[in-house]
Design a protein around this ligand. Structure first.
Ligand code: NIG
Ligand code: FE
Length: 406
């Protein structure tokens, strides 16, 4: 085991309590291998920790960032649709005409697993340099057994080769594939009877997601999938209330889903159900911005109900061609009026909750030594600054995986 003393640092521990950001000034964090073994003020550091000392010169350190909602693995791009949308054609109109998600399905089916890994690896590198140490990646552009498996394998491989943790999520219910265009029930049965059992058996994902929307799947269709997935031991998530109120979040809560995501059109009754079930509200400002939505999620109501709020990038070629979780911290504050502290909690502590991971997201003894050392003078600078390189060091499991001079 290798002990490291990260000393002379201001820790944004993000532990809940009275202190904003769980701040400990003039602090030391001790990591032993992949774990944090001590956190506290420099003066209180016990003598028995002996190891490599890394002087942090009064910089701020936060938990490693966690992106809890991405579609990072995909083939092709959707630049043509971007240009169409600029002339007034809507996301729904493009989807109804067979474009949108289905155009990425065509490109993803045509790509090999290696192609998918290669293109996604480039995107992932940008995230890592910005401080991301855990990232969720959904399938959902394959929409048949072979191609959904190919996407999940590509996601898993990225986890093995990148040095950060990739959490794969199965999103078979993302869109109706063209070969089932007049047989919706047939596709739901394919998901339930073929895809879910193989994915469970080969342990390709632990979480199942769906797109509950007019242009996606109805709550009734999603419920069938949720029932089958629950029986097989999967955890659940749901894209809900992005474009209209389908009561998807109420359904997610009924099945104790980890999170309901998007939520621009979320209603009060769904919020209360989410509170009861501990379902995290994942907000995706990149999709809101790209689609020029005008309705923001009900932030004040979520706050009042004390539903944990997480922020994701939703990286995907259609509704959120975003490669920066850092920018999402800014947008969560600027567009959704989250406080800088709430925004940072959204990509650390609450993002971990949205993935069902209780071993990270806070700087605390016993949790993973995933950290970021920042070139900032105040924690709110993480929300305030647009662009620029604010990371000094990105640390994964006690090892520096990215460093930049001040
Ligand atoms: O989270 N809303 C559905 N799924 C993605 C968009 C996928 C796409 O447009 O390719 C989302 O925004
Ligand atoms: Fe999404």
């Amino acid at each position: 085991m290798s002990i490291k003393l990260w000393t002379d640092v201001n820790l944004l521990t993000m532990a809940e309590g009275d202190r904003p950001y769980g701040l400990i000034k003039n602090a030391t964090l001790v990591s032993d291998g992949e774990q944090i073994v001590w956190v506290g003020q420099n003066n209180d550091l016990p003598d028995h920790f002996v190891g490599e000392t890394i002087y942090c010169k009064g910089s701020y350190m936060s938990p490693g960032l966690i992106d809890c909602h991405t579609h990072l693995v995909y083939g092709g791009n959707r630049i043509d649709e971007f240009e169409k949308r600029l002339t007034g054609v809507s996301y729904e109109e493009i989807a109804a005409a067979g474009g949108g998600i289905l155009s990425t399905v065509e490109a993803t089916r045509a790509a090999s697993e290696d192609d998918l890994v290669k293109t996604a690896k480039k995107r992932l590198a940008t995230y890592m340099q910005e401080g991301v140490t855990t990232i969720e990646i959904k399938s959902g552009y394959g929409l048949d057994v072979e191609n959904e498996i190919k996407m999940l394998r590509a996601a898993k491989k990225l986890g093995r080769i990148s040095g950060i943790d990739v959490i794969p999520t199965f999103l078979g219910a993302h869109a109706l594939p063209p070969e089932y265009s007049d047989n919706r029930a047939g596709y739901i049965n394919l998901i339930i009877n073929e895809m879910l059992p193989i994915i469970a058996k080969e342990r390709l994902a632990d979480v199942v997601d769906g797109f509950c929307e007019n242009i996606g799947f109805s709550p009734q269709e999603i419920e069938k999938i949720f029932k089958a997935a629950t029986k097989l031991g999967f955890k659940l998530k749901l894209h809900s209330e992005q474009l209209s109120d389908q009561k998807g979040a109420t359904l997610a809560a009924k099945y104790n889903a980890l999170s309901a995501d998007h939520l621009e059109h979320l209603s009060i009754d769904s919020i209360l159900e989410m509170k009861k079930s501990g379902t995290v509200a994942v907000l995706l400002p990149g999709a809101y911005y790209t689609l020029r939505d005008t309705v923001i999620p009900p932030i004040e109501e979520l706050r009042r109900a004390q539903v944990p709020i997480a922020i994701g990038s939703d990286c995907n070629p259609g509704s959120s061609p975003v490669l920066s979780l850092k920018l999402m911290i800014n947008m969560a504050s600027t567009l959704f009026k989250l406080t800088p502290e709430e925004a940072l909690a959204g990509v650390t502590r609450n993002a971990a909750k949205a993935l069902g991971l209780d071993d990270r997201g806070i700087l605390k003894k016993g949790l993973k030594a995933d950290m970021v050392l920042w070139d900032i003078e105040h924690p709110a600078e993480l929300s305030y600054q647009i662009g620029g390189n604010q990371t000094l060091k990105v640390i994964k499991g006690g090892d520096i995986i990215f460093a930049r001079d001040k």
